[in-house]
Design a protein around this ligand. Structure first.
Ligand code: GRF
Length: 201
């Protein structure tokens, strides 16, 4: 199976996917890495022929950037499109084009804390439990059906940074596990319900 991976920053989730492929834990191939930020460190994790980036901020509107991105992603014929630290909101046209094979990792226990600053918001709310979710992407932000989540405890003295640092290795494992299910053909979404091996999750 062919994966397109969308990134905006450091790319540690992308690296986890690449490492899992290299070790044989994940039978898939990254065929393209796409970014809205040409300076994203994540882009350096793959060879130049696999990279695509345009500065989204240089585009007059979201729809135009989205159309360009969608064409570039489509050109590599992915089976799955994985948002792995992709920080720009995807437009409806992009999402409809890849719907059902478009996954995102989000650093909160959805439906809590859609959007940004999830660690700070969990701390501010006094949560004792935090985590990350992998979900199918739908037009409403971070609102698609959740495939799986990982939980970590919030500890006394945690800051957004300590929480994020403790969560990130668990995010990596979660993302690899879900992508492994997806690429094995075991995962599907229909009418906002996730199916694993044909059974609703
Ligand atoms: C991760 O916490 C991801 O959940 C969030 O942004 C971070 C990206 O990290 N959306 P990286 O770029 O994969 O290292």
């Amino acid at each position: 199976p062919r994966l397109a991976v969308l990134v905006s920053g450091r790319g540690s989730n992308l690296q986890a996917l690449l490492d899992a492929m290299a070790s044989g834990a994940l039978a898939a191939e990254v065929v393209g890495v796409f970014s809205d930020r040409p300076d994203a460190a994540a882009l350096q994790r793959v060879g130049a022929p696999m990279r695509w980036s345009e500065d989204a901020r240089a585009f007059p509107d979201r729809a135009e950037f989205d159309a360009r991105l969608a064409d570039a992603v489509q050109a590599c014929h992915p089976d799955w499109v994985i948002c792995a630290g992709y920080m720009r909101i995807l437009g409806e046209a992009f999402i409809e084009r890849f719907r059902g094979r478009l996954l995102n990792i989000h650093p909160s226990l959805l439906p809590k804390y859609r959007g940004l600053k999830t660690h700070a918001r969990a701390l501010a709310a006094g949560d004792s439990d935090h985590g990350a979710s992998v979900h199918f992407v739908v037009p409403e932000l971070d609102a698609g059906a959740v495939v799986a989540q990982v939980h970590i405890p919030v500890l006394a003295g945690d800051t957004p940074d300590t929480l994020a640092a403790r969560l990130i290795p668990r995010e990596h494992a979660l993302l690899v596990a879900v992508v492994a299910l997806a690429t094995a053909g075991r995962l599907a979404e229909r009418d906002d319900v996730v199916y694993c091996d044909g059974q609703p999750v």
